[in-house]
Design a protein around this ligand. Structure first.
Ligand SMILES: [Zn+2]
Ligand SMILES: [Zn+2]
Length: 272
């Protein structure tokens, strides 16, 4: 029994270390790259002129480590379930070749986008917001460290997708790992404070079906719209896209070209 508990502890610790390293590598790297190394050249692309206080980012970092502990616990549960044979579809998926490998990654991203949109909207309901989602919205002016700044309930909801999806869709474990990397990169860029999507001559996002940093920044400024994570279509289908989105994107993308708009910001910067 003691040996078994020891073994569980080792798996949990390995998972915690792996997830923390992944988070630190991406969040810290994106923060250091955009907010320090490229600060001057990207000056015109900063969505808000005011940066969040260092204290806000420190709190977000600490809360993110707590979220990662939840993810590690879920990963431990998944590892045990897998060993117990609870995921037979992952073995079939391995035999279906390269085409299915990449198709299953695309399906997992599409599935997560829908899961995120609807669970996110549910967490904005009056009854769930206080216990599930308030922590994330304490960051009115997001930073790259806001990405995993979750209440415990929200961290569990987010982690549950990775538990549930391979039950229903044949997905190799390597695809699950790639999905997690894609998720943390997109999530961190959504909160990075700089609009990096190229703009068309009319000031529209070059790829308008992908969400941009401005899209999610508006959600932190006005929490009643822009619930999507990777793609803009759910907000458009459901009529929840912020009506100021394209104007706010153009302001962020063309700040230099339209100095009169230089002071315009999508929302009021707040304190944590
Ligand atoms: Zn956010
Ligand atoms: Zn929200």
């Amino acid at each position: 029994m003691e040996l078994w508990l020891d073994h569980l502890g080792q798996i949990w610790w390995a998972s915690l270390s792996r997830e923390t390293a992944r988070y630190v590598v991406f969040a810290v790297a994106i923060w250091a790259l955009l907010w320090i190394v490229l600060k001057a050249p990207l000056r015109e692309r900063k969505i808000r002129q005011r940066s969040p206080a260092a204290r806000q980012m420190l709190v977000e970092f600490m809360i993110s480590i707590r979220s990662i502990a939840i993810f590690a616990t879920v990963a431990l549960a998944q590892s045990l379930m897998s060993r117990a044979g609870a995921y037979p579809l992952t073995h079939f998926a391995l035999q279906w070749g390269t085409t299915w490998f990449w198709t299953s990654l695309l399906l997992m991203i599409l599935g997560h986008d829908a899961y995120f949109y609807w669970t996110h909207r549910a967490m904005h309901g009056r009854r769930l917001f206080r216990t599930f989602h308030r922590r994330h919205h304490r960051s009115h002016n997001p930073s790259p460290f806001t990405a995993y700044s979750f209440d415990l309930g929200e961290a569990a909801v987010m982690a549950s997708f990775v538990i549930l999806w391979p039950f229903f869709v044949p997905t190799p474990w390597a695809v699950v790992s790639l999905f997690v990397v894609h998720q943390i990169i997109r999530n961190t860029f959504a909160h990075c404070g700089y609009e990096l999507m190229p703009a068309t001559a009319e000031g529209r996002p070059l790829i308008d079906w992908l969400t941009t940093t401005t899209h999610h920044d508006l959600h932190h400024a006005h929490a009643d719209s822009n619930f999507g994570l990777y793609f803009t279509w759910w907000d458009r289908w459901m009529g929840t896209e912020n009506p100021d989105y394209h104007a706010a994107f153009a302001r962020a993308a063309f700040r230099r070209a339209t100095p009169a708009l230089a002071e315009a910001e999508p929302g009021l910067p707040g304190e944590i």
